[in-house]
Design a protein around this ligand. Structure first.
Ligand SMILES: [Zn+2]
Length: 419
């Protein structure tokens, strides 16, 4: 087991030092998990051995002619966590991301022509597709894209975005959905969990800046998601996360290290010249988006073996996420998480009440209206603070209603008892 762990430890610092930015945080993320939990490390190793066994069995079976033409379809839910409006990226960006994923995994992208001749015979259509869910876990209609406001404007790669209680969004059943969290990460482009890990944490986290086709920067074509989906399907980095390491894939050349930028020509390391040199255009290197254009047949086999009976992704084949919904309303509003619920206290009150708008600054500027039971407005105040104190000493004892409506149409209503 500890080959994985020691290998990953070896590469941690070079990634950060060489790039100043962490293109992919997955190695560090997995190292933290596996070092903190021997059980998690054992589980990851068990998944790897399962895949090894499935592939060995196929190679030993002379009658095996590939796993058929059945395309595996992975249902996807995307949780867009936004604080500022520009972090709330459009559904079109997500659609462009899904297209990039599918073009890459089906080897349909226009840039596959850039795969060098020496590697073309190893390039594979992985026959895996990704599709936005049509049913949520309660069989309600969904677009598969959730736009979730949060008070957090910048995230660390510490999984907090995967918890509603931490002002992120809880995963949808990870046996039925690939969960993709889109949020602004401080330094990283993305990271992914490995198959066989904690279900609550299972999925991919992408920096908002690199989601979909943006045309901005080096990671501008949505390939970060392709790379992270490779990890989510159990693929290691092409250099094996160690100097001349082993990625567990037979047809990827051994390679000394990750590759920065977008080189051209043959680059030889670890004596791999007979094998074609470094495969820096593989999606599992960290070259820039315009540079990457293939998964190999060996990578395809490892990813697809996870969907065999007993495999860590097998359950996804029985997901109901792509079935027609039982409840057709589109879109059904998501329930706001409890930390976003405004609170009013004390109630009953004598002199003043506090309207606690918690973490939600969107209420500031809205007008708070107090009416009596006859519907007569007895007090008005513009909300100027997330903790708004309202003086009610002038009100007669009795029952009142507090209302406010935000610019975006969301309203709140409280019954207030003055004593
Ligand atoms: Zn990676």
């Amino acid at each position: 087991m500890n080959r994985i762990i020691t290998g990953i430890v070896g590469v941690l610092f070079c990634l950060c030092q060489a790039t100043g930015q962490e293109a992919c945080y997955t190695s560090n993320y997995l190292q933290n998990i596996w070092q903190g939990s021997p059980e998690a490390a054992r589980q990851a190793e068990a998944v790897k051995l399962f895949v090894d066994r499935q592939i060995a069995a196929r190679q030993a079976d002379l009658s095996w002619r590939g796993d058929g033409t059945a395309v595996i379809t992975v249902p996807v839910v995307v949780h867009i966590l936004y604080n500022t409006p520009n972090q709330n990226i459009s559904d079109d960006r997500i659609y462009s991301q899904l297209k990039v994923l599918n073009d890459a995994f089906r080897r349909m992208a226009a840039d596959t022509v850039n795969t060098p001749d020496r590697f073309k015979d190893r390039a594979a259509d992985a026959e895996i597709e990704f599709r936005l869910a049509t049913s949520d876990p309660n069989r309600r209609a969904t677009t598969g894209i959730i736009h979730q406001y949060t008070p957090i404007s910048l995230w660390e790669p510490d999984d907090k975005m995967k918890y509603s209680a931490q002002m992120g969004a809880d995963a949808w059943d990870t046996d039925s959905y690939l969960n993709i969290w889109v949020c602004p990460l401080r330094r990283q482009l993305g990271y992914a969990s490995f198959p066989g890990g904690d279900p609550v944490l299972d999925g991919i986290v992408l920096n908002t800046a690199v989601v979909g086709v943006t045309g901005k920067g080096d990671y501008n074509q949505g390939k970060t998601a392709v790379h992270e989906a490779g990890h989510w399907l159990g693929l290691r980095h092409i250099w094996g996360d160690d100097y001349c390491g082993d990625d567990g894939v037979d047809d990827t050349p051994q390679q000394a290290n990750f590759t920065n930028g977008c080189p051209t020509g043959v680059r030889v390391s670890c004596g791999n010249s007979k094998d074609g040199g470094d495969m820096y255009m593989n999606y599992m290197d960290i070259t820039t988006d315009p540079c990457t254009n293939l998964f190999t047949e060996g990578q395809k086999q490892r990813m697809r073996a996870l969907f065999d009976p007993g495999g860590a992704r097998y359950a996804l084949l029985r997901s109901g996420a792509l079935n027609p919904p039982l409840y057709q309303e589109i879109p059904v509003a998501e329930d706001a998480p409890t930390w976003l619920h405004p609170q009013l206290y004390p109630n009953p009150a004598t002199a003043g009440v506090t309207l606690d708008l918690a973490y939600d600054p969107r209420w500031v500027g809205a007008t708070l209206v107090v009416t009596n039971l006859q519907g007569v407005v007895v007090k008005k105040a513009v909300i100027s603070n997330k903790i708004q104190v309202l003086d009610i000493r002038t009100l007669k004892p009795g029952l009142y209603l507090l209302n406010a409506r935000r610019a975006d149409g969301v309203s709140l209503k409280f019954k207030l008892v003055k004593i």
